[in-house]
Design a protein around this ligand. Structure first.
Ligand SMILES: Cc1cc2nc3c(=O)[nH]c(=O)nc-3n(C[C@H](O)[C@H](O)[C@H](O)COP(=O)(O)OP(=O)(O)OC[C@H]3O[C@@H](n4cnc5c(N)ncnc54)[C@H](O)[C@@H]3O)c2cc1C
Length: 780
């Protein structure tokens, strides 16, 4: 087996060199490589990668082997297998093997549905999602449609309540898990048990928040199983939703919320004859509203699924504490994420590599997290309370209220969005279904394509809890797409980081970056927001966002890189615009991504997307640009991503004049702009040397109230330029140029040459004609 199969990337080589020069420790070297290469590659190839060191520096080699072995402690067997390198093949430059997939199952293990951590599980604690309840054949991967609600939940289930911090954490032994494979996926909805049995117990309240679904909803099922009428409550409170002014719910997400509630209410009414009570609290807080409902109905129990933004969690903790003191039982459930942020700790791994998904998954694997469990059925009954308090209408929440012009006419900005999406719980399952039958096949290698839908498009549904991450995991687990499964871990990671750094949406996590220079050019910002930068790829993505409330992950990277690294506008501007316009706007994910893109996050992106060349990867034929920038529709493929290079004669034929039908570029020298952004970061690092680790050159971030400084992932080019300020070269440039086509460059050159010749000849002919005319008129 040639050693080329085992080589890790250039950056890892640099880090290994640093280690062998003594400028970093073994564990640091290992963590850095791990965060660059990912779990599987490191596990597969690390030992071979460091092979040379065995001869040149055996002690250092030993050090690394020890760290490696400790880290993958339970994997001796796998390790020896890696040396055998069974059945390897190379696909598009990536090493793949059956063994590789086995290793990817390690990922599934950290996202395990039923394996609890053997060290930590107490044998006899009943688990809400006790896997022993799993009917055989459940979690079938062939299911790509939401199992429709059935009546399998026993009526008699009562919560087994454990006291926990003033409120109660609930587990329900024997709760029925969904038998997915036995479901018949009938399109027509079954009518629910609209007339409940005679129930004399006081009613209970199920408070809906970001769990707008029936399937796999533990709080709803527990409320339905309480043998009491269930009051469904939704409270909207602008001031509670966004106390920190971080655009926690922008215009697009409010719109989604409106329609999601509308469809869910329809389902509740259709199935159970039980509808949602709406309250819009402009001045009061949720606790007061809840108290009034309790007083008016005699309810004595509250059921909620937890939410994890620190400010919402704080509100819920306070509300539950107050209610508990007044004798109301509050039952809180976990279902928004795969793992509760508070259950993840860094004890066994430390903070090195924090911010990377690899570190996070390893932490969750080693923490005493509850097993993820299996999805549970929708409730079979949901008895209605006979005397309900007054409430408001959905429209009175004003979530989808459209602005008006001066003349009173409505500006219906939502119309194209409403046309583009199915906002219901079924919509989530349809999206997942078509992804699992089609998109997932291309997800590993072509999720970047903007001109095809190769991703799940499930993010708004996940954000509002119209589908649980656990249900997605169950359906996707066997589909051999570790990349997709890893995305669910990314989602958990963002909430974990937000719980550790609550000001993630507003303050750089690397505090020294508060002093970074940013542009204040408002017209650049506006051009970016409205898709008028003159760079078609960026504009197409920003217009897609504006019109449909969504763009894929790759395009988010493209537009973020452009805003930050080329326009030098603060990442917070990007964060805020996304919060307002994305249907899936999510404080935790959005803030984490913009921080990372903006250099001040824990996992600084190690790439910058090039606004033209990236198109070769994501929109090679210009189909995407043609769709969202229709004024460029007839521009030939060679020029569609750089119309300024198109010969004037062709532009004329296409009826496009730059600066008229389509804007001129807001900046023209991309290289200079990028260099400036690089310098801005280097300036910060030079200004705050105490926040740069002397040995590794990594940035340092204070933790534990500043008592500790930990090194964090830092871009190689920043390190290089800091230590070589005069260097004109940049061997570590992070600009990701995508696949560049020589053929296309040649076509552009040829067309321009032809156009130049044609226009020069034309000019000569005209000059000749003028000359002849003048001669005839005797002017000479
Ligand atoms: C600058 C920037 C801002 C972003 N802001 C948001 C945001 O506000 N809300 C949001 O949901 N996603 C955000 N993302 C992450 C990602 O782009 C979207 O989740 C994804 O495009 C949604 O489409 P999908 O459902 O087809 O994704 P898929 O690729 O099919 O992924 C499935 C799910 O995994 C989760 N996921 C995917 N990528 C990430 C990620 N990087 N971090 C955390 N979770 C992820 C999402 O819930 C997503 O729906 C952002 C990415 C960038 C680069």
């Amino acid at each position: 087996m040639s050693s080329v199969w085992f080589s890790l990337g250039r950056e890892s080589q640099e880090i290994l060199n640093q280690y062998s020069n003594g400028s970093c420790e073994a564990d640091e070297c290992f963590c850095m490589i791990m965060s660059i290469e990912g779990y599987d590659k490191t596990r597969n190839h690390f030992i071979n990668f460091i092979e040379n060191l065995k001869i040149t520096k055996p002690i250092l080699h030993n050090g690394l082997v020890t760290v490696f072995k400790n880290y993958f402690s339970e994997t001796e067997a796998l390790h020896s297998k890696s040396n055998e390198a069974v059945g390897c093949s190379v696909e598009n430059g990536f090493l793949t093997s059956d063994f590789g997939f086995e290793l990817d199952m390690e990922l599934a293990k950290s996202l395990s549905l039923s394996d609890s951590n053997p060290k930590k599980t107490s044998g006899n604690t009943p688990s809400l999602y006790d896997s022993s309840n799993e009917p055989s054949g459940s979690a079938s991967h062939s299911i790509t449609k939401k199992p429709k609600n059935n009546k399998s939940t026993p009526d008699s289930l009562n919560g087994n309540i454990e006291k926990n911090d003033g409120h109660t954490k609930t587990s329900i032994p024997g709760l029925q898990v969904a038998n997915l494979s036995n479901h018949k996926h009938k399109k027509k909805k079954k009518k629910g048990n609209a007339l409940p049995r005679q129930i004399s117990n006081p009613p209970v309240i199920y408070w809906l928040r970001r769990d707008l679904r029936m399937y796999d909803n533990p709080a709803l099922v527990a409320a339905a199983s309480s043998n009491a009428p269930v009051i469904l409550v939704f409270i909207w409170s602008d001031h509670e939703e966004d106390p920190l002014d971080v655009v926690a719910t922008g215009g697009a997400t409010k719109l989604w919320l409106h329609y999601a509630l509308k469809f869910l209410n329809q389902s509740f009414v259709e199935k159970f004859g039980n509808g949602i009570l709406y309250y819009n609290t402009k001045t009061e807080d949720s606790h007061n509203i809840m108290k009034q409902i309790i007083q008016q109905t005699g309810a004595n129990t509250l059921f909620i699924n937890d939410v994890y933004e620190p400010f919402l969690k704080e509100r819920d903790d306070a509300l539950c504490n107050k209610l508990t003191k007044s004798g109301i039982q509050c039952n809180r459930f976990h279902s928004y994420l795969l793992h509760e942020p508070s259950s993840i700790n860094t004890e066994s791994l430390g903070m090195r590599g924090i911010g990377s998904v690899t570190h996070f998954m390893e932490c969750s694997r080693q923490s005493s997290v509850e097993p993820i469990g299996h999805p549970i059925e929708s409730p079979g009954i949901l008895p209605k309370c006979t005397s309900l308090p007054n409430s408001q209408t959905l429209d009175e929440l004003e979530l989808a209220k459209m602005p008006r012009r001066k003349n009173g006419s409505v500006i219906d900005w939502a119309a194209p969005i409403v046309k583009s999406w199915n906002f219901s719980e079924d919509g989530a399952w349809d999206a997942l279904g078509s992804f699992l039958t089609e998109g997932i096949k291309k997800y590993e290698k072509e999720s970047c394509r903007a001109d095809h839908v190769n991703t799940c498009r499930i993010s708004p549904y996940l954000h509002f809890g119209q589908i649980s991450p656990r249900a997605i995991l169950t359906e996707a687990k066997h589909m051999k797409s570790p990349k997709f499964l890893r995305k669910l871990a990314w989602r958990d990671l963002s909430y974990w980081l937000l719980s550790l750094w609550p000001d993630l949406p507003s303050q750089p996590t690397r505090p020294q970056y508060r002093h970074q220079r940013w542009s204040k050019n408002k017209s650049h910002l506006k051009a970016w927001q409205r898709g008028n930068t003159g760079f078609p790829l960026v504009d197409a993505a920003m217009r897609q966002l504006w019109l449909t409330g969504w763009m894929n992950n790759y395009m988010r990277h493209v537009v973020a890189s452009f805003l930050i690294s080329y326009l030098h506008l603060h990442w917070i501007e990007g964060y805020r615009w996304f919060q307002d316009t994305l249907l899936d706007a999510d404080v935790a994910i959005n803030a984490m991504m913009w921080q990372n893109g903006g250099m001040s996050g824990l996992d600084q992106w190690n790439f910058v997307m090039h606004p033209i060349d990236a198109a070769m990867t994501c929109d090679p034929d210009g189909t995407y640009v043609r769709q969202w920038c229709p004024e460029l529709a007839s521009v030939p493929k060679e020029f569609i991503h750089q119309p300024w290079k198109c010969p004037p004669s062709i532009m004329k034929r296409c009826k496009v004049e730059l600066g008229n039908q389509y804007p001129n570029r807001v900046i023209t020298d991309l290289e200079v702009a990028r260099e400036q952004s690089l310098q801005d970061v280097v300036e910060v690092r030079k200004k705050f040397p105490d926040f740069v680790d002397r040995r590794s050159g990594n940035d340092l971030v204070p933790v534990d109230n500043g008592r500790l400084l930990i090194p964090v992932i830092t871009r190689m080019e920043f390190k290089y330029k800091t230590t070589n300020p005069e260097a004109k070269d940049n061997p570590h440039t992070a600009v990701l140029r995508g696949y560049r086509s020589r053929k296309r460059d040649e076509a552009i050159a040829f067309a321009n040459e032809r156009d130049f010749l044609a226009s020069t000849m034309n000019e000569c002919v005209q000059r000749q004609e003028r000359h002849q005319k003048a001669l005839k008129q005797g002017n000479f």
